[in-house]
Design a protein around this ligand. Structure first.
Ligand code: FE
Ligand code: FE
Length: 416
């Protein structure tokens, strides 16, 4: 029976290297090992296979399998012969190597598998679950490393395992690379860069997702304090809306690999000035010398965004200009918005408590597939609504609409 996971593997028949690991995170050492195996043993492909629920790592909270799979996918993308495989991630329960190899052989009887291991594993493999099963189901490629002290030489250890289990173990000749995932996690927690140790795409992903950073307790306290403050100031309905927007902002940030903390914060603060009435907000803006345009005076409802951005900076001590801008432009939008501006603008429109806008179902799904098109549809929808009600439209909204309409038309032109 073929197991029911998605096979992303591509050759029909061949010699396949299996590079397994927790990959938490995947790093250049893993890639180098895979490449050496691919070259030295003329493998057709090397499948990088993040473990699903590693049985031996129960003492530490391993990063979500989907996240490790995403990093693996980024690390191997575009590299000839390298495949990211979700074979283990899709299985439930603990994933033992003996089981994985058995299932691999059942699913792909036409392939010969070469299981790539670090030299250290040669000395530990007898402690793995069902070592006889493990060693009989694949050729093992063990990365070369000399042991002069406590261990017998690699050749000796290979001979021991061969005699005991009839194992086929071959040496993989590669330079030693002093990198471990543990070391990288420690570096990130200390605020040190890991850009020299992982591919740039993985580096960017780790940064955007805020992975392995020790969450500053004060930051969590700040968010809780901020929520409490908003709960006091905003009406219950507005507060619920605020939480929903913040939640959707983080969901969109996950979808577009944006920093979750920035998205959460911008979502929480986007309506922080919404509890003031129009007259009150105009007065407050004037008091702070915030320039008001004629358009804003004609439709002061948009002003809570401008004053909210001021409050975020001066009352909530936000220094992150991206967050401030996302609050600033969340009502009107503007041409060529930043990713965070689009995220907040969109989340404000699609959050689950909003019900009235026409076409919401379509716009909600667009949000997660084509953000520019989604922004265009939201602007179109909003302007049509305002016009139908004879209401004034801020010229910045019109400019934003014109900009995203052009993006929309260009895309349409391309697909024709
Ligand atoms: Fe608002
Ligand atoms: Fe809002």
């Amino acid at each position: 029976m073929k197991p029911d996971f998605q096979a992303r593997e591509s050759v029909i028949m061949g010699n396949i290297g299996i590079m397994g690991g927790t990959f938490d995170p995947i790093h250049n050492g893993h890639l180098m090992l895979g490449e050496q195996a691919w070259k030295e043993y003329q493998l057709d492909e090397v499948w990088f296979m993040p473990s699903g629920h590693p049985p031996h790592k129960n003492d530490r909270k391993v990063t979500d399998p989907g996240v490790r799979l995403a990093m693996t996918e980024l690390a191997v993308r575009g590299k000839t012969g390298f495949i990211c495989s979700d074979f283990e991630v899709r299985r439930n329960g603990s994933t033992y190597t003996s089981q994985t190899l058995k299932l691999l052989r059942e699913a792909y009887p036409q392939h010969q598998f070469f299981f790539i291991i670090g030299a250290d594993s040669l000395y530990e493999i007898e402690k793995w679950y069902e070592p006889d099963q493990v060693l009989s189901q694949a050729v093992f490629l063990a990365a070369r490393r000399e042991y002069e002290d406590a261990h017998p030489s690699m050749e000796k250890q290979i001979a021991i395992l061969h005699n005991k289990y009839n194992a086929d173990i071959r040496i993989l000749h590669c330079e030693e690379m002093d990198i471990s995932s543990e070391m990288l996690r420690e570096r990130i927690a200390k605020g040190l860069s890991v850009s020299d140790y992982v591919p740039p795409e993985v580096f960017e992903f780790i940064n955007n997702q805020g992975l392995y950073q020790e969450k500053d307790k004060s930051m969590i306290d700040d968010i809780t304090e901020l929520r409490n403050d908003l709960k006091e100031k905003l009406s219950p309905l507005r507060y619920e809306h605020t939480l929903s927007v913040s939640f959707i902002c983080t969901a969109l940030a996950m979808c577009y690999s944006f920093n979750l903390d920035q998205a959460e914060l911008a979502g929480l603060l986007h309506d922080c000035a919404k509890h003031y009435g129009n007259e009150e907000i105009i007065k407050k803006c004037r008091k702070q010398d915030i320039l008001l345009t004629d358009d804003e005076l004609k439709a002061p409802v948009v002003l809570h965004a401008k004053y909210g951005a001021w409050l975020a900076e001066h009352k909530y001590n936000i220094t992150d200009q991206e967050v401030i801008n996302a609050i600033r432009w969340h009502t009107t939008g503007r041409p060529d918005m930043s990713l965070l501006e689009k995220i907040v603008f969109t989340a404000d429109f699609i959050e689950p408590r909003r019900e009235r806008a026409p076409d919401l179902l379509h716009i909600r799904s667009l949000a997660f597939t084509d953000l520019d098109e989604c922004v265009y549809q939201i602007l179109k929808n909003t302007l049509e609504y305002l016009e139908s009600k004879g209401k004034f439209v801020d010229s910045v909204s019109n400019q934003a609409y014109a900009y995203y309409k052009q993006v929309h038309n260009e895309k349409k032109g391309e697909t024709r």
